[in-house]
Design a protein around this ligand. Structure first.
Ligand code: ZN
Length: 64
C-alpha cells in the first residue's frame, strides 16, 4: 500500500481483531496505516483484502 497523498510507504499501526464469532480465514480485517513519509494516518483500510500472494492459513488444533 502506498500513500495517496505523497506516494510514501504505508506502515500498519493497528490491525482489527477478528470477532470471536467469525472465522479467521473468511474474515477480512481492517487496519490503520500510517505514512512513513508524511505521517498521515489512514483508518479502516482493508488488511486481508488483496494480500492473497502472501496468505498463510493458520492451522488451529480445532481443525485437525
Ligand atoms: Zn504520505
Amino acid at each position: 500500500m502506498l500513500c495517496n497523498k505523497c506516494g510514501g510507504v504505508l506502515s500498519v499501526i493497528r490491525i482489527e481483531k477478528v470477532p470471536k464469532d467469525k472465522k479467521y480465514i473468511d474474515y477480512e480485517r481492517l487496519c490503520d496505516v500510517e505514512c512513513l513519509k508524511c505521517n498521515k494516518v489512514f483508518y479502516s483500510q482493508p488488511y486481508d483484502n488483496g494480500k492473497r500472494i502472501n496468505m498463510v492459513r493458520k492451522i488451529t488444533r480445532k481443525d485437525t
